[in-house]
Design a protein around this ligand. Structure first.
Ligand SMILES: [Mn+2]
Length: 323
C-alpha cells in the first residue's frame, strides 16, 4: 500500500499544472523541511511552486534552501487553476479545510504526515506513523520513485529529521532515522550546520526565560510527572518570540529523569498551550481528548480562554469567563 501511494503521489506531482504546497499551521523544522524538499523536486522540473506558511518563517530557518518560495499571503489560494494541494506534517483537518475554502476550484488534496492523530483528510493520504518525521516520509517517497535528492533537498530533509528527533536523541529516533540521516549526509547535507542552526544558537534572553521555567519545575508527589509554565509576562518582559521558547519541552525531556512532563505557556490570544513529552505513556490520547494532536511520546493541545495563576506557591490553569 505504501509503495502504491508513493507512486500515486508521484503521478499527481508530475501531472499538476498549478500545485501549492502547504506547511503545517505551526511551522517547525519538519513541516518546513519536508515542504521545501518537495519544492526542490519541482525546481528540478523547472517549476517554482509556492509554499504556504501560516505565519512568518522564524529566523533560524531563513538559511534553508528555497526558503524564498515561502509565503504567508493567503491570496495565493484565490486562483481557480490550482489543481493540487500537498500538505505536510499537518494532522489538523480544520486548518486545511479553511485553506480549501479560499480556493475557487476543487484541487486534489495530498496529505503527507506521520502524526498518529491525523484524520486522513486528503484524497490521497500518506500517513506513516512509524516514520520519525514527515521528512522521512518524503525521503521514502523519493526512494520509491528513484528520485535522487539534490544537496538542497537533502539538507531540507535532514532538517526535518533532526528537528523531530531533537538531533537523534528522543524516542522518535529509530534505526531508520539514523539510516536516512546517513544517506542524506552522503547526498551532501551538512549535519553540524543543521543542528547548530536549530539547537545551538539560543539568545541569552531566550535562555533567561528557560531559567524562569526551570525555577518553576514541579514534581507531582503522587503521580511523579513534572510540569512547569511560562506566562505572557515572562515571555514579553524578556522580549523573546514564541519560537525561541519552543524546544524547552524537548530540552527537559532530554535532561530530566522523569517519565512524563508538561510545559504550559500562555498564548498571545488568551489561552494556555500545553506541550507534553513522555518516555512511557501515550500522551497523544490526552492531546486528542482536548482537541489537540501529536505523537505517542510528544503531543500537545491548547486550552482556550484560560490563563495561568499562582496560588500558594503552585501554578494553576484558570478558566477565564468572558461576558
Ligand atoms: Mn513532524
Amino acid at each position: 500500500m505504501e509503495s502504491y501511494i508513493h507512486k500515486q503521489i508521484y503521478d499527481l506531482l508530475l501531472s499538476a499544472t498549478n500545485p501549492v504546497l502547504v506547511s503545517d499551521e505551526r511551522i517547525d523544522g519538519d513541516s518546513l523541511g519536508a515542504s521545501l524538499a518537495i519544492a526542490d523536486f519541482f525546481i528540478g522540473l523547472g517549476k517554482r511552486v509556492p509554499v504556504f506558511v501560516a505565519e512568518p518563517v522564524p529566523e533560524k530557518y531563513q538559511s534553508l534552501p528555497n526558503i524564498s518560495l515561502c509565503t504567508t499571503d493567503r491570496s495565493v489560494f484565490h486562483d481557480a487553476s490550482i489543481d493540487l494541494l500537498v500538505v505536510f506534517d499537518c494532522s489538523d483537518e480544520t486548518f486545511v479545510q479553511s485553506l480549501l475554502e479560499l480556493i475557487p476550484g476543487e484541487p486534489t488534496v495530498v496529505n503527507i504526515d506521520h502524526h498518529t492523530t491525523n484524520t486522513r483528510y486528503g484524497h490521497v493520504n500518506q500517513v506513516l506513523v512509524d516514520a520519525p518525521a514527515t521528512a522521512e516520509v518524503v525521503h521514502r517517497f523519493f526512494e520509491h520513485n528513484q528520485i535522487v535528492p539534490s544537496k538542497d533537498a537533502a539538507t531540507c530533509l535532514l532538517t526535518g529529521l533532526c528537528f523531530d528527533t531533537t538531533a537523534f536523541s528522543n524516542a522518535a529516533t529509530n534505526e531508520r532515522a539514523l539510516d536516512t540521516a546517513s544517506s542524506l549526509v552522503m547526498r551532501g547535507a551538512r549535519v553540524q550546520d543543521v543542528i547548530r542552526a536549530m539547537f545551538q544558537n539560543r539568545s541569552i534572553s531566550a535562555l533567561r526565560v528557560w531559567g524562569v521555567a526551570l525555577e518553576r519545575l514541579f514534581q507531582h508527589p503522587e503521580f511523579g510527572y513534572i510540569s512547569t509554565c511560562l506566562t505572557r509576562k515572562d515571555i514579553e518582559e524578556n522580549q523573546v518570540t514564541d519560537d525561541e521558547i519552543d524546544g524547552l519541552s524537548n530540552f527537559l525531556n532530554l535532561v530530566t529523569d522523569t517519565g512524563t512532563l508538561f510545559v504550559l505557556r500562555e498564548t498571545t490570544d488568551g489561552g494556555v498551550k500545553v506541550s507534553m513529552r513522555s518516555l512511557d505513556r501515550d500522551v497523544s490520547e490526552i492531546a486528542r481528548a482536548f482537541g489537540g494532536g501529536g505523537h505517542k511520546r510528544a503531543a500537545g493541545f491548547t486550552l482556550e480562554n484560560a490563563h495561568l495563576i499562582e496560588r500558594e506557591g503552585r501554578w494553576k490553569v484558570e478558566k477565564v469567563v468572558r461576558s
